[in-house]
Ligand binder design. Structure first.
Ligand SMILES: [Zn+2]
Length: 310
């Protein structure tokens, strides 16, 4: 998932509006041959990858699924989860993975209400989302967000661990994701520095988890060498969200020490991140303190298919 800032809550309503416009958009080829290749690789595994451009209407509180979207009824059913749709409207894009009778289906959804923010970066954005679908196809799955009482918990935990693998694979395939990401980070940092709230007081648990996931991503992926504002970002988050720093510091330490390219370690790392996020400040129910991470340190072992990420 690629998240900028917040939008009001939007309800699902599958109205067949703007059908011609949507059909034209849907029929458009993917922005690059590299994306087509990746899509074919996923579909050669007997799975279906569907890219849908979704309009959200802030005035009428509707999410509109293009009428000719394959498996539209299934997608509507998934988006009927208020928590899930609520997460989607805050993002540029989201990938939903679902088991259907004939096989697994991956919906890559673009939030067209924010198209202006990514119209020149659709290729890296889609590549990032294809990475989520690809990991799911390989069994490196995120938790089932649709089945969670708090979908944001499943989404953010899955993102934190999957993004480690996606960064490597997207770069290996030659996609230039970093410029688009840093542009978003620059904007988020500028917006944060303009806000008045001293410490994120009043933020929901989901807001806190999104900040933890973003902050952890930045700490794991970037440095002062690769992003000139890295130190400024870290300091701004530390002073604005001091209660989250302990969680992020621990996640970063643990995840740096784990080689999640091995499936078993990926799953254990994900279970650990889920527990850690569930206990993060702002979450409604605080379970017992998370168990100490019991994850083997990095090894060269790799269980993934031939050469991928190894
Ligand atoms: Zn993502």
């Amino acid at each position: 998932m690629t998240r900028p800032r917040e939008l009001p809550w939007t309800m699902l309503c599958c109205l067949p509006l703007l059908g011609l416009t949507f059909q034209a958009a849907l029929a458009a080829p993917l922005p690059s041959e590299r994306l087509e290749t990746w899509k074919r690789e996923i579909e050669q595994r007997g799975e279906q990858l569907i890219v849908a451009r979704i309009e959200t209407d802030r005035e009428t509180n509707q999410v509109r699924i293009p009428p000719d979207t394959p498996r539209r009824a299934l997608l509507a059913q998934l988006l009927a989860s208020p928590g899930l749709a609520g997460q989607f409207v805050q993002t540029h894009a989201m990938t939903l993975n679902q088991q259907a009778t004939e096989g697994r289906v991956h919906f890559v959804l673009l939030n067209m209400a924010r198209a202006g923010e990514f119209k020149d970066a659709e290729e890296p954005l889609l590549a990032h989302e294809f990475g989520h679908a690809w990991l799911d196809a390989l069994g490196f799955r995120s938790p089932d967000a649709a089945g969670e009482a708090q979908p944001c918990l499943a989404i953010q935990a899955g993102d934190i661990v999957q993004h480690i693998l996606i960064r490597g694979e997207v770069a290996r395939r030659g996609f230039a994701f970093r410029d688009y990401w840093i542009r978003n980070l620059d904007q988020a940092l500028d917006a944060l520095k303009k806000e008045d709230a001293p410490d994120g007081a009043g933020a929901s648990g989901c807001d806190s988890l999104a900040r933890i996931a973003l902050w952890t991503d930045v700490r794991l992926a970037l440095s002062a060498d690769s992003w000139s504002r890295y130190g400024e970002f870290d300091q701004a988050f530390r002073s604005r969200f001091p209660l989250l720093a302990e969680t992020v510091d621990e996640l970063v330490t643990v995840l740096k020490a784990v080689d999640v390219t091995a499936l078993e370690r990926f799953r254990r790392a994900l279970a650990y991140v889920l527990r850690r996020l569930a206990a993060a400040p702002g979450m409604e129910e605080r379970p017992a303190a998370p168990e100490a991470p019991d994850i083997p340190l990095k090894t060269k072992a790799c269980l993934m298919p031939s050469g991928w990420l190894c």
